[in-house]
Write a protein of this length. Structure first.
Length: 247
């Protein structure tokens, strides 16, 4: 039976297992994502975006660090209680020191990133909700990392999530995203099972072409330093949102 987004208890996302498996050290694949995204963000003037949004922020801080170079405010939209609690601790206290190498790489590739990790997170506001609760057209820039393809097993629902992602920004707004390539249903930690909707560069191109202009789609090969979730790498995207009649 196909698992849909609302079938999953996202409040129980295993934050500590996820961080231990993926983000307690800087892996080559994430360094490649940061390099790709830094080139995108260098196209903007410092603080050139009034409001940006990170969809399904989870406990991953590096997209927020990247966005801090250009955004006067960053909304981190997160539905799951455990992820939201982790983000709140990072924003209100001293962020985990494991994020310092990520911040250092982001700043080395884009000097407009604030000088400290704490300063990079100072403009971030936690918004408890999911993609479906985001105000359409309310942002100048939207980013999303490993969310739509890991939130459902249903391709139609995945496609709808991608449409909603594009609609987060006003027409002409900028988009940047990363997807796990060919991610099946997968496990984190000892026994937690999570949905996956396998996609690749062709699928991402097909879904986003009617919705965007100046679309770029590329990929990063599988990273042997990460757990074997069954994926084959990562797909990277940038684009500009078309008007509401698109798609």
């Amino acid at each position: 039976m196909v698992v849909l987004n609302d079938d999953v208890n996202w409040d129980r996302w295993p934050v500590e297992d996820y961080l231990a498996e993926n983000y307690r050290e800087l892996h080559p694949s994430d360094a490649a994502v940061i390099a790709h995204h830094s080139a995108f963000y260098r196209e903007f003037a410092p603080d050139g975006v009034a409001r940006s949004v990170e969809i399904g922020a989870g406990p991953n801080l590096y997209p927020l660090i990247l966005a801090s170079a250009v955004s006067r405010r960053v909304d981190a939209v997160e539905a799951g209680a455990s992820n939201a609690a982790y983000l709140r601790r990072q924003l209100d206290g001293t962020p985990d020191r494991s994020w310092l190498p990520f911040h250092a790489l982001c700043r080395s590739l884009n000097p407009d990133v604030p000088a400290t990790l704490e300063a990079s997170l100072s403009a971030v506001r936690l918004v408890h909700g999911d993609l479906r609760s985001v105000e359409p057209g309310g942002y100048g820039l939207a980013s999303m990392h490993f969310v739509a393809e890991g939130a459902t097993e249903d391709f139609e629902e995945f496609t709808e999530f991608c449409r909603r992602f594009v609609r987060c920004v006003a027409p002409g707004g900028r988009l940047v995203a990363a997807f796990m390539e060919n991610m099946p249903t997968y496990r984190i930690g000892a026994d937690s099972r999570w949905p996956g909707c396998p996609v690749d560069t062709d699928v991402i191109t097909e879904v986003f072409t009617p919705l965007t202009d100046r679309l770029t789609v590329g990929r990063i090969p599988s990273d042997p330093t990460l757990p074997d979730y069954g994926d084959t790498g990562m797909v990277l995207l940038t684009g500009i949102a078309r008007g509401p009649e698109a798609g």
